[in-house]
Ligand binder design. Structure first.
Ligand code: ARG
Length: 268
């Protein structure tokens, strides 16, 4: 009896049941086998604005790397699919997934109710918050409210853009919009604006890596709500969403997610 139980157990383990995407239940054996041999694994095209260190950025050689890249790649390995990252401008990115030019968007995208109308999001994989950057020493900005009559740089169409719009008014000329976050932060460096507002991880990373420009960050947890990043797929693509979520669940359960998190942000 013990021997039989042991045999059953190893058969269970070999069937690769831990890696199966949920919708594969009816065809579990062939799917698991294909995944194991790499034979029939689907490759999905991933859109990412690779100007967003440490989440997605390019090495000198042009490789796209970063926290999001590692999380999605690890989830793909567990979820039984492959991913290919393609640098994609943030502006217009959401349309690419609906047109079918991109299968997945992985770009530190905050899950919002408005965006959920046009795309489906994976389970959240990261918590973020807006953060203000100002010039060191000379700025009197202590809270978000202090930006009321100031010039503020943001990345167009981001949640940073949205919060600043709420404070200053959508059409206020004091909002300077840029196509990517490094350009918004450069505008602060060169004195074109009084502040920049963006996702905390990116702002912290930039300020830390550009000490010669004398910028500091100003936190305001009362004004800025927590935001959650998700991977986006075309609305209704339940098959792919199921695979992404199954992969995410697996890497959260087996410690891979924590390993990647610690590599980029230090222990929680
Ligand atoms: N989290 C913010 C948003 O969803 C900013 C994301 C920008 N991402 C990027 N890769 N440029 O609006």
């Amino acid at each position: 009896r013990t021997l039989l139980a042991g045999m059953l157990l190893s058969a269970f383990a070999l069937s690769g049941c831990g890696q199966k995407a949920p919708e594969a239940a009816g065809a579990s054996a062939p799917v698991a086998e294909a995944s194991a041999t790499g034979g029939d694994v689907k490759e999905y095209v991933v859109g990412t604005d690779a100007s967003y260190a440490p989440f997605e950025f390019q090495t000198d050689k042009g490789d796209i790397v970063g926290f999001d890249v590692e999380v999605l790649s690890a989830a793909a390995a567990k979820g039984g699919f492959k991913v290919k990252f393609i640098n994609t401008p943030w502006e217009g990115m959401f349309a690419t997934v609906n047109q079918g030019d991109r299968d997945i968007l992985s770009s530190a995208i905050t899950i919002t109710d408005e965006r959920k109308q046009s795309m489906d999001f994976s389970d959240p994989y990261f918590e973020a918050r807006q953060l203000i950057a100002v010039a060191k020493g000379v700025s009197d900005v202590k809270t978000f409210q202090d930006l009321k009559n100031k010039k503020v740089a943001v990345q167009t169409g981001t949640t940073g853009d949205e919060v600043v719009q709420k404070l200053l008014g959508k059409t206020n000329a004091n909002i300077k919009r840029f196509e990517n976050m490094p350009l918004a932060l450069k505008e602060l460096e060169t004195g074109g604006v009084d502040a920049a507002v963006g996702d905390n991880g990116v702002v912290i990373n930039y300020v830390k890596n550009n000490p010669q420009h004398g910028m500091v960050t100003v936190e305001d947890t009362k004004s800025f709500a927590p935001e959650y990043y998700g991977f986006a797929v075309k609305k209704g693509n339940a098959e792919l969403l199921g695979k992404v979520n199954a992969g995410l669940k697996a890497i959260k359960a087996d410690g891979t997610y924590d390993q990647i998190f610690n590599k980029y942000f230090g222990a929680k």
